[in-house]
Unconditional design. Structure first.
Length: 482
């Protein structure tokens, strides 16, 4: 880390008024140390996103008070970085610290006062445009907040696999030809597979490329609540103006519209207005339009009238990539055995994958032992129950499919080298994944001698150690057993 460029100068240069009895120099020095320590553990993008505009206001009686100016920023820091910040503060002050994070009032004396400056690059060159660039970035951040978009949802950190390749391609195309190529776009799939990430990535990308475009992201429940409030306060025109005079409307969890007839009617008219103006609409639900009950035919036909694309649970290889991406964003790594254990057992939900990875990373940063047994215990993985669910016949079918042979070949008397290796793979997986007795494993492949199983396991382990591609093939077999 010694060669990392110092990127904290902009934060240090932002001076602020402090309470009369607070030593400003000391507080700034403490916060500088904390920030430098935090940067060792999180990615530069996360640091810029979540720590910009965060200040240490005071440290009194073992309580440190931070301030930020956005509620969702505070919630994110509380959820994901509270332990890291507290530990860093304790190290910097030499005290046991309790942490509080507050939202700054616009009239609070601690509100940072920006000092304009000419920034110097690492090579000593002056960048006279940095102030303009910062204002552009701040302007786009403001637009994203107004659109209710989360800045962490980007195309760059969306992992693409076979389960979501079509949806990702559609999303990228929508940004390039907003309102004209695919309109509307309807994403569907079970919870936690990346629908919200992909939709908000579209919104963030549109704002980044076309800051003059007006974008709104809204869960259908919020749309309903705003509609009810507009009826109660007789501000219907204001409501309609908000949702009908925009360039990109993103609606999440739209399946819940089936229980709200009045919302369906308003949504129908909003849809028509935007569609006729070539404005883009993107929706997401947990099922395709044809399976959403109790909605009018005219609304169902409009949902289905553009591109309908599904996102499914990620496959094993994609789950591995997602976990490695999460670790990289946290500026750390996870060993392959830990990644494999999580990827094999957390199968259906990207959010659960992220939660599992963050939990293990946090344990390591707190100095706790993190071996495979501890990982399984922490994530409450019932490995024995999974073993009981997998049948020997399933292992036979999966391996035969991947190695392109038949179960009849495996149980037959033919002894070609390729068949022998495939048979040994099946014995190896039966033994290691299900823990079956040697005699039982031998019977499953129509063999009599249990020493054949011992030889098979030793040979497969040796081949996996020498040939990474063969090892990947074995891991693919294991990943399909869920």
């Amino acid at each position: 880390m010694a060669n990392e460029p110092e990127i904290l100068k902009p934060e240090i240069s932002e001076k602020r008024d402090v309470a009369p009895n607070t030593a400003k120099f000391d507080i700034d020095e403490i916060w500088k140390i904390v920030c430098e320590n935090v940067r060792l553990y999180i990615s530069p993008r996360d640091y810029k996103t979540w720590f910009k505009g965060v200040f240490l206001e005071k440290v009194e009686n073992g309580i440190a008070e931070l301030s930020c100016d956005r509620s969702f920023q505070r919630e994110y820091l509380e959820q994901y970085h509270r332990g890291l910040i507290t530990r860093s503060l304790s190290q910097a002050t030499g005290q046991r610290i309790e942490l509080t994070i507050k939202i700054r009032s616009s009239v609070n004396n601690s509100t940072p006062k920006t000092i304009q400056e000419v920034k110097v690059g690492q090579d000593g060159s002056f960048n006279i445009f940095s102030e303009v660039q910062d204002k552009i970035v701040e302007g786009k951040d403001k637009l994203a907040r107004q659109a209710q978009l989360n800045p962490k949802y980007l195309f760059s950190n969306f992992i693409v696999g076979t389960h979501n390749a079509l949806s990702h391609a559609v999303a990228e195309s929508v940004v390039k030809e907003l309102g004209t190529l695919y309109n509307p776009v309807f994403f569907y799939g079970p919870t936690g597979v990346g629908k919200t990430h992909l939709m908000q990535a579209i919104g963030n990308e549109v704002i980044n490329n076309y800051p003059d475009k007006k974008v709104v992201y809204v869960p259908i429940e919020q749309f309903l609540n705003e509609l009810i409030e507009s009826i109660r306060t007789r501000t219907n025109e204001k409501f309609r103006k908000k949702y009908r005079e925009i360039d990109l409307l993103i609606i999440d969890d739209i399946q819940f519209v089936e229980t709200y007839p009045k919302t369906q009617e308003e949504l129908f008219h909003t849809f028509n207005t935007l569609y006729q103006s070539n404005k883009q609409m993107i929706m997401a639900a947990d099922r395709p339009p044809k399976e959403i009950k109790n909605i009018t035919d005219r609304l169902r036909s409009r949902f289905s009238g553009g591109m309908v694309a599904d996102l499914q649970a990620p496959d094993y290889e994609t789950r591995m990539a997602i976990l490695q991406q999460i670790a990289a964003e946290q500026n750390t790594t996870l060993d392959r055995e830990t990644v494999e254990l999580i990827a094999k057992n957390v199968e259906n939900n990207v959010r659960e994958l992220e939660g599992a990875a963050i939990k293990i990373i946090s344990m390591r940063r707190l100095g706790q032992e993190v071996n495979l047994e501890q990982v399984a215990k922490t994530l409450q993985l019932d490995l024995e129950s999974k073993r009981k669910r997998i049948k020997p016949e399933r292992i036979m079918d999966v391996v035969c499919e991947i190695f392109d042979v038949t179960p009849r070949d495996i149980k037959g008397k033919r002894r070609t080298a390729y068949l022998a290796t495939t048979r040994q793979v099946i014995m190896y997986i039966l033994r290691n994944e299900l823990g079956l007795p040697l005699e039982r494993v031998a019977r499953e492949v129509n063999r009599q001698d249990h020493t054949t199983v011992l030889h098979a396991c030793e040979k497969i382990e040796d081949m996996m150690e020498k040939d990474s591609r063969f090892k990947d093939k074995i891991e693919t077999c294991k990943s399909r057993l869920g």
